[in-house]
Design a protein around this ligand. Sequence first.
Ligand code: BMA
Length: 339
Amino acid sequence: MKLVKKGDNEMDKIIRNKMISSPIITRHPNNPILSSRHIPYDSDLVFNAGVAKFQGKYVMVFRNDYNHLSEEKFEGTNIGLAFSDDGINWDVQDKPCFDLKDKEIKRAYDPRLTVIDGRCYMCFAVDTLHGIRGGIAVTDDFINFEILSMTVPDNRNMVLFPEKINNKYVRLERPFPVYSRGGKDQFDMWMSQSPDMKYWGDASLVLGVEDVPYSNNKIGPAAPPIKTKKGWLTTFHAVDIDYNRGKNGWEKKWQKRYSAGIMLLDLKNPQKILGISKEPLIAPEVEYEVDNGFRTHVIFPGGMILENDGEVKIYYGAADTVECLATAHIDDLLKLCLK
Ligand code: BMA
């Protein structure tokens, strides 16, 4: 991939070349593994799901946008629920599982799941009349959810580490510092810590957008981290924008491209990056990622599961339209970060 440097006012770098996914990734032949045709209630777009192994099953919570009104407008968004015995074939429950709407809240979306000490925690984004907030809830049955904390605006893409580190819960997150970044989308990945999941602090920067060669726009967490002997392995989403791109997807102008990267963080000191993939792990390439979708050229991982045989399942939303699965071997993912 060639980076073309430009003056610092417009874009710092323009990324024109075609991106390709790492050869260590295999897209599942059943892709898309979940789409609106599997949903027994109103549904147009099924994507950006969180996935975990919980109580002996795979569980998926997915974003469902329904009733397409016009261009990018949908009547609503809810969070659907599905279970699976193999992580590939899903049994979608007959109604959505989490609805936060009230006068202030427009919708909750993009859920992420992390099991900690036998309980399932769900991070989610919330569009409110006064900005975008990041929420954390806990559930034992996907019927009752207890909301534990909500950030101030604007923050989202929160993901939790699966255990306490140095006696604190830890999350990755993506605030939106628009004013202080010249009004541009130049957003980075941060981390904060909590003694109790409710009060969060000790914030620190983990990865700046300028450190990702395949992003000139914004980055943020993707699937929650998994623990490996070498460190915490975690995906992130990386966006590049090219103002020469024309119509792309259902919107008049969709000039962004979302790819997925991966990095390895220190086990005891997760602010420390041990290695990062220099090229995208998954880039939008195949038909369900680049054609016919709502917003094409979008890869957005939301779930990552390490199996006993070393296979890693990476679940990702494609083109903001369908949910997909890619697999890789854990050793190859670690090598890619440490190369
Ligand atoms: C982001 C979020 C995601 C979405 C992505 C691409 O800002 O809204 O839910 O997948 O844009 O449209």
